[in-house]
Design a protein around this ligand. Structure first.
Ligand code: KG4
Ligand code: ZN
Length: 353
């Protein structure tokens, strides 16, 4: 039997389960999104997230394995789970179920870095990027520019000093009375507005460096909203959304252009939930064309959190003989990762029921 790894993602508000096979690639995946559960609160409620992951993991796993492996649903060779960064309770839920399952089946279990999953996700596609590449990770929890030289060879070139790009979308959506998650709603509203109607700042673009900061932008939207409601600013909600989105897009485009020029890399990977934004995609396509680079995206469903990226990253590391200690980490820098190192006694085994 070829190496076949089950991946379990529970770092935030999506339960993702997937199966990756060494010979046949991704065999299948399942996702349960908790968006509706958290929507009334305008953000993720950690305790509710943990409880819901617990409800979903086993039924989704059973369904996936029965569909993908009808003859022997337990013919897997390892289990990978997200060990961080993320919400501790949510991570512990996935880690505990994964490790318990692995122990019962006599299989190796491996904790995977959530952002490594996002970085590698475009390589699940047939025409995915070769190493090295520049990656822009823009999600609800992170905004990072990373030089990726190979598996586990990551250098963080820039990151947000405060809010993540997705958080800025979510908070602006809340200010405008839209729902959650805010990204897609802002994108839709922005299409009807004038991006030049309000001059929002492009934070940290005038000074050198590749770090981001989005909390000042959020404050600027707050004050613009107050002025709009007091009748002192003639802008529609769509104008505010369009102007805010233009500020984020400009900022990300300027930093990506700078990072491509400074590193000389010719492949640009966009990952994380905000990578679903079509205006951002169009903008970065222009930047890449100017810099002689090619842009790569994961397929739409793998831009946001999913199990496939965890199964894949886990597969690559397990196949190299890596094993991990138990434990999860709410905070975990990508730069702490190393290329896979084989354990002294190789424990990667297989089990067939
Ligand atoms: O990667 P992801 O699913 O979860 C995290 O690991 O955070 O990213 C979720 C974030 C949310 O903040 C959401 O508002 C944002 O991605 N997002 C978008 C769009 N779709 C999702 N932001 C901008 N435009 C979109 N179309
Ligand atoms: Zn994510």
């Amino acid at each position: 039997m070829s190496q076949r790894v089950l991946g379990i993602e529970t770092s935030c508000d999506e339960t993702g389960i997937a199966l990756y096979d060494a010979d046949r690639g991704l065999l299948g995946h399942r996702l349960f999104s908790q968006v509706a559960l958290h929507a009334p609160y305008g953000g993720v409620v950690p305790e509710l997230a943990s409880r819901d992951h617990l409800r979903r993991i086993l039924p989704l796993t059973r369904e996936l394995l029965s569909d993908c492996l009808p003859d022997d649903k337990w013919s897997i060779s390892g289990i990978a789970y997200t060990a961080g960064p993320g919400l501790v309770g949510a991570l512990l839920t996935g880690a505990t179920v994964a490790r318990a399952m692995a122990m019962a089946l006599g299989l190796p279990a491996l904790g995977v870095h959530h952002m490594e999953g996002h970085l590698l996700a475009p390589r699940l596609e047939e025409d995915g990027p070769e190493f090295p590449f520049l990656a822009l990770l823009v999600s609800g929890g992170h905004s990072l520019l990373v030089a990726v030289r190979g598996l586990g060879r990551y250098r963080v070139l820039g990151q947000t000093l405060d809010d993540a790009a997705g958080q800025a979308f979510d908070k602006t959506a809340k200010l405008l009375g839209l729902g959650y998650p805010g990204g897609p709603l802002i994108e839709r509203l922005a299409a009807e507005g004038d991006p030049a109607s309000v001059a929002f700042p492009r934070p940290m673009t005038r000074r050198p460096g590749l770090d981001f900061s989005f909390s000042g932008l959020k404050t600027a939207v707050y004050y613009a909203r107050q002025r709009q409601q007091a009748g002192e600013l003639a802008a529609t909600d769509a104008d505010l959304a369009a102007s805010f989105q233009a500020a984020i897009l400009d900022t990300l485009a300027i930093k990506c252009r700078r990072a491509l020029a400074e590193t000389g890399l010719t492949r640009l990977v966009i990952a994380g939930g905000c990578g679903a934004n079509r205006a951002l995609r169009a903008r970065l396509a222009e930047v890449a064309a100017d810099e002689g680079a090619r842009v790569y995206y994961p397929r739409a469903e793998f831009c946001t959190d999913n199990g496939a990226m965890i199964a894949y990253a886990g597969f690559l590391r397990l196949a190299a003989g890596e094993t991990s200690q138990s434990g999860v980490r709410a905070r975990w820098s990508l730069e702490d990762l190393r290329p896979p190192r084989a354990a002294e006694t190789k424990t990667t085994g297989t089990r067939s029921a």
